[in-house]
Design a protein. Structure first.
Length: 453
């Protein structure tokens, strides 16, 4: 991906009427406007900047998975229309999806940014309920129907005792068994893979930044792309990094490509894709995408393909993994994925308090009382102040864990323990020895995560 710093506007500039009106940017033709995303279904899009009295304008693009990095699409040294607007017809690659905005420059030296628009091609933004178009395979077996899973509420972790009945069954993965689903709990930085109602794997993930939160929703996976390319439009790109040329195919192995080895579209421009570095895991790092370490993402992708018996030979997948050749795998049937937000999870008899990473006010005494009541804990005698303290003991690097029985008996929060959210988070400091001779290490030992076998 192109490394560049976004130009800063001049705050508090003494601009006159020339820059009094906030500039705007629009795109056409738009075939659909799905809330956050404006969808286009054409090779070209016309971008129009309305900035009365501006003498110059620049248009920028930040791909949805590119972090803080972006490219410049167009520079105007003068208005291009009779109305004083700046307009350009830009050719887009098939995987175009991200924020587009403009910066207007005025004769008095003022600079103003437009609000960004989220723009994507409909091939990059696969519909959440319909599969992407695909070529039929002559002689292939009919698609096997999968039994739809009944999703839990999106504010409730799939691992919650309210959902599992306090029993999480684990099993080894089986090929050709398409009853699979994926659950993500964003504050726990955890992605769970289920087959036939049993937990096969859990993976650690990175998620969207607070200003670009991941969408909490039920979605479907129709496609997996190995070695996804990032292709800057042919014209009229003005690239900050001269090493990148318009129309260049930037493979997954190239450090300039933000997607890595694999991308899994989730619809509306959201993706699961490879983390840029291991420290992405357990942190708010993306513009709404889920990031996974490469080995975990490969493992997840291979399991999805094997479970659904996708019509692609194993040797083609292995070739894609060992090369830079692009491979698109269209699944026979959709895989449900639920993206949830649950910061208070009673799981197998223990309360896990996760940080409220998006500041949604979930870690309250009232919510904790409700969750405890849902798993059979009589909360009538529990003090709101104690519950509020327990609900506030997680932070950006650690969760807080305390047994349901300790809460029920009125034990103080010190009966619980802090533990890192993921293997990439800084461990909490060890406390002093606890009463009863419990060792520091014993009190902070975190159960080993269920990893792939």
């Amino acid at each position: 991906m192109i490394a560049c710093d976004r130009p800063e506007t001049s705050p508090g500039s003494a601009a006159g009427d020339a820059s009094a009106v906030k500039p705007t940017i629009s795109a056409s033709p738009i075939v659909d406007d799905k809330g956050q995303w404006k969808i286009i279904n054409a090779d070209y899009v016309t971008l129009t900047v309305k900035a009365p009295a501006a003498q110059r304008a620049r248009i920028f693009y930040r791909p949805v998975a590119a972090g803080d990095e972006y490219v410049e699409l167009k520079t105007f040294d003068a208005p291009s229309g009779v109305a004083g607007d700046f307009a350009a017809r830009v050719r887009l690659p098939a995987d175009f999806a991200g924020d587009v905005w403009a910066e207007a420059h005025y004769p008095d030296g003022a600079e103003k940014d437009t609000d960004p628009i989220s723009l994507a091609t409909n091939t990059a933004v696969a519909d959440k309920t319909e599969p992407p178009s695909r070529n039929s395979t002559e002689g292939s077996a009919p698609a096997e129907k999968t039994k739809p899973a009944a999703p839990a509420p999106l504010n409730k972790s799939a691992l919650s005792d309210e959902i599992t009945g306090s029993r999480i069954e684990r099993a080894s993965f089986q090929n050709g068994r398409p009853d699979i689903r994926i659950d993500v709990n964003v504050p726990a930085f955890q992605l769970c893979f289920w087959q036939n109602g049993k937990l096969i794997n859990s993976y650690e993930i990175g998620v969207g930044r607070k200003d670009f939160p991941i969408d909490i929703s039920n979605r479907k996976i129709w496609q997996i792309v190995f070695n996804p390319e990032w292709v800057p439009p042919d014209s009229p790109w003005v690239i900050k990094n001269p090493k990148v040329s318009p129309g260049e195919h930037i493979p997954a192995s190239d450090s300039r490509n933000p997607l890595g080895k694999i991308k899994i579209p989730l619809g509306d421009g959201y993706l699961i894709h490879q983390a840029e570095k291991s420290k992405d895991i357990g942190h708010l790092v993306s513009h709404g995408c889920i990031r996974m370490q490469q080995a975990d993402l490969i493992d997840l992708s291979e399991k999805i393909i094997a479970a659904t018996s996708a019509p692609v030979p194993a040797e083609k997948i292995q070739h894609a993994l060992n090369s830079e050749d692009r491979l698109v795998v269209n699944l026979r049937s959709p895989i449900p994925i639920s993206i949830r937000y649950d910061t208070l999870v009673v799981q197998q008899g223990e309360l896990h308090v996760y940080p409220d990473i998006y500041g949604r006010g979930t870690n309250t005494a009232q919510n904790l009382r409700s969750d405890l009541s849902g798993v059979g804990v009589d909360t009538a005698g529990l003090d709101d102040a104690v519950l509020s303290r327990i609900a506030g003991l997680a932070n950006k690097d650690q969760e807080f864990v305390i047994s349901k029985s300790d809460i029920r008996s009125g034990a103080p929060p010190a009966a619980g323990r802090g533990q890192p959210l993921t293997s990439q988070n800084t461990p909490p400091p060890l406390p002093r020895s606890a009463p009863g001779g419990a060792s520091k290490r014993t009190r902070h030992a975190r159960p080993a995560p269920h990893r792939r076998r």
